[in-house]
Design a protein around this ligand. Sequence first.
Ligand SMILES: N[C@@H](CCC(=O)N[C@@H](CS)C(=O)NCC(=O)O)C(=O)O
Length: 54
Amino acid sequence: MYKLYNFLPSGNGYKVQLLLNQLEIPWELIELNILKGETRSPDFLTMNPNGKIL
Ligand SMILES: N[C@@H](CCC(=O)N[C@@H](CS)C(=O)NCC(=O)O)C(=O)O
């Protein structure tokens, strides 16, 4: 299943949610708060050294 790493106030993230739902593709939300630096944790940076989402 797809995992969508999303910051919920993001319009870009919402567009991805809409697309996945319209295509009836199952997905799982992993909520991250970029304002709290949650994309800069060591675990997240191991997965995505860019440290950015959306
Ligand atoms: N889509 C671009 C830019 C993505 C971007 O800048 N995302 C920002 C939010 S709009 C972000 O995740 N910032 C978190 C951070 O820099 O810690 C990319 O592929 O890198």
